[in-house]
Ligand binder design. Structure first.
Ligand code: SF4
Ligand code: SF4
Length: 188
């Protein structure tokens, strides 16, 4: 059956029909924003006002402040004795909507624990940082830290392995942050 297309007719007034009136309106709005921001910056520089004008973050040198509830980079937590908390129950892998977690379970060397992940991978480029893996974990074994994951690069190979997630390999620059905060992850 042939579909009918409804045409929308907009009646422009005389001001809209004179093209340059609208151009002048646009220029006025742009100019107003410019002047307001410039004065805010001047007053801030003179320490008269605490509030700054609109700024652009000079990324990557300057990063936007991140919220304390930000779901950033993944971390596998460890017990006080350094053993992994993860028991390879696969709940995080199952719930992950992007299918970016891959776990290879194995028999745990600890007789009190049935399984542990021999391998644990998170494909950071597929991840949408929803945090469902951390929500689903019954053992608080995986978390998303308040840190921006540095996943920009020249390769498409940004897969976090088990050692990296536990903070054991420090060959990546952003790993320094984890070392400074490593004690936080050691829990009973
Ligand atoms: S944050 Fe979401 S998308 Fe990323 S690994 Fe966890 S469940 Fe998957
Ligand atoms: S991180 Fe948590 S949810 Fe994922 S396999 Fe380990 S224990 Fe299970």
């Amino acid at each position: 059956m042939e579909k009918r297309v409804r045409e929308l007719k907009v009646d422009y007034g005389p001001a809209e029909n004179i093209y340059w009136v609208e151009v002048l309106k646009g220029l006025w709005i742009t100019n107003r924003h410019f002047m307001v921001n410039m004065w805010r910056h001047i007053l801030h520089a003179l320490r008269i006002k605490a509030e700054k004008g609109a700024v652009t973050f000079q990324y990557p040198e300057e990063h936007r402040p991140i919220h304390h509830r930000w779901r950033g980079r993944h971390r596998l937590t460890v017990k006080q004795n350094g053993a992994m908390r993860c028991t390879a129950c696969m709940m995080c892998e199952t719930i992950c909507p992007d299918e970016c977690i891959h776990i290879v379970p194995g028999e745990s060397p600890d007789p009190n624990v049935e399984k542990f992940p021999e391998e644990f991978y998170v494909d950071a480029l597929r991840c949408c940082f929803c945090g469902l893996c951390a929500e689903a974990c019954p053992l608080d074994a995986i978390r998303l830290d308040v840190i921006e994951p540095e996943i920009c690069g020249f390769t498409r190979d940004i897969i976090f392995n088990k050692e990296f997630l536990m903070g054991l390999n420090n060959d990546r620059p952003w790993e320094e942050w984890y070392i400074e905060n490593k004690t936080d992850s050691k829990e009973k």
